[in-house]
Design a protein around this ligand. Structure first.
Ligand code: SAH
Ligand code: SF4
Length: 382
């Protein structure tokens, strides 16, 4: 009796891997390029539609391979145009992906892990613990699904996803290989062809992996700073106890240096503002000193509350006061607008349940499938 062979999911293959795979089947290299274009540039998941591939090869591909994105179990548009998807991964857990339209671009916020092990004190993903890493197919699958959701039948592909930020659930550098492979696909001309400046990896500061990253790929880097001294950062970002500020910042500076045309390269500093925790003027001044040697822009994120977080968002007055001080001290500072609040899609609220197959997970998925409100879903988390 013939054994059922597990099909290879081509969605998660980088171009070099796909070429190797086609060549191992005795096929020419250009076949891999053709198939890659169909999958990522045209959003096709059915080999039958690959009209410039011979019928014989299409049949062969059908037998041994598949193009399988994660399953979307819930999708909603916010009043401000933000679109959020909840996707079910193999094993039953859910992750979230958010699309944020702006005047001249569309940014997709992509998840890299189910949960996160780093346990930053103000992050709801961290509070849920770590479940597992996503595969390359599951990471790039979020881009594939988002891009496809804007396609109109019979019309040329709309290129709505112009930017990707690895700022969803998880710490991308704790899932290094799959994340870097997925980013190679984002940059690949035969796939999404997004420019390297428009793909941003955000990290809480995993020093050895930032070093490795700079040797392998050139994307924009964002550092989640959140505190201007080790004492406070140790409390907010526990990873700081392993890789203290000085080490993290010098590694980021080295990353910029490695990535060529360094005059134009800047590090994005993310700083979540929490009322009376890290939002005093003295913190702004200390941050200005700390960052003096680093080409950077600062992005302030007013804290997004979640149940039992123990933190509060500062008043607009305090937020502006903090921003103005940094501006006076010569920094380029922006305040991240809260987007998709009504669909629970803001930074740090991405809280797809993480415990596999638990009753809570099932309740969450049921509520989501029934179109449950954010408040109901919050209730299911307790
Ligand atoms: N793990 C990565 C990327 C994901 S989080 C990192 O930590 O950089 C994306 C950004 O949102 C990070 O800067 C993170 O610190 C911030 N964030 C997390 N929880 C938040 C919250 N409740 N309110 C505002 N920002 C938050
Ligand atoms: Fe993980 Fe980032 Fe959340 Fe910290 S802020 S717990 S690193 S996802």
């Amino acid at each position: 009796m013939a054994e059922a062979v597990e099909k290879v999911n081509l969605l998660g293959m980088t171009l070099p891997k796909m070429i190797e795979w086609f060549e191992a089947m005795g096929e020419k290299k250009f076949r891999a390029v053709q198939v890659m274009k169909w999958i990522h540039a045209h959003g096709v998941d059915d080999f039958e539609q690959m009209t410039d591939v011979s019928k014989k090869l299409r049949e062969k591909l059908q037998r041994v391979a598949e193009i399988r994105p994660p399953e979307v179990i819930w999708q909603k548009d916010s009043a401000d145009g933000t679109r959020k998807w909840v996707m079910r991964m193999d094993g039953g857990s859910a992750i979230e992906t958010v699309f944020i339209p702006e005047d001249d671009r569309g940014t997709l916020c992509v998840s890299s892990q189910i949960g996160c092990a780093l346990d930053c004190s103000f992050c709801s993903t961290g509070k849920q613990g770590f479940s597992r890493d996503l595969t390359t197919a599951e990471i790039i699958g979020q881009v594939w699904l988002a891009a496809k959701s804007f396609d109109k039948p019979g019309q040329p592909r709309e290129r709505r996803v112009t930017n990707v930020v690895m700022m969803g659930m998880g710490e991308p550098l704790m899932n290094y290989r799959p994340v870097v492979d997925a980013m190679h696909l984002m940059l690949e001309d035969n796939a999404y062809g997004i420019s390297k400046r428009r793909v941003t990896l955000s990290t809480s500061g995993v020093v050895p992996e930032i070093e490795r990253l700079g040797d392998e790929i050139d994307v924009s880097l964002a550092l989640s700073l959140h505190a201007p001294n080790d004492e406070l950062r140790n409390k907010l970002v526990p990873l700081n106890r392993k890789y203290p500020l000085e080490q993290v910042l010098s590694t980021c500076r080295e990353y910029l240096r490695k990535c060529g045309d360094s005059k134009k390269r800047v590090l994005t500093i993310e700083y979540t503002l929490m009322n009376q925790v890290n939002d005093e003027l003295a913190h702004a001044e200390q941050m200005a000193n700390l960052l003096r040697e680093i080409p950077c822009k600062i992005n302030l994120i007013p804290f997004n509350p979640f149940p039992n977080s123990g933190y509060e968002r500062p008043s607009n007055n305090r937020i502006h006061r903090f921003r103005d001080r940094l501006t006076e001290l010569g920094y380029n500072v922006t305040i991240r607008k809260t987007r998709g609040d009504d669909i629970d899609a803001a930074c740090g609220q991405l809280a797809g349940q993480v415990q596999d197959r638990t009753r809570r997970q099932e309740r969450f998925i049921k509520l989501v499938e029934a179109g449950g409100t954010a408040a109901e879903r919050d209730f299911s988390k307790r």
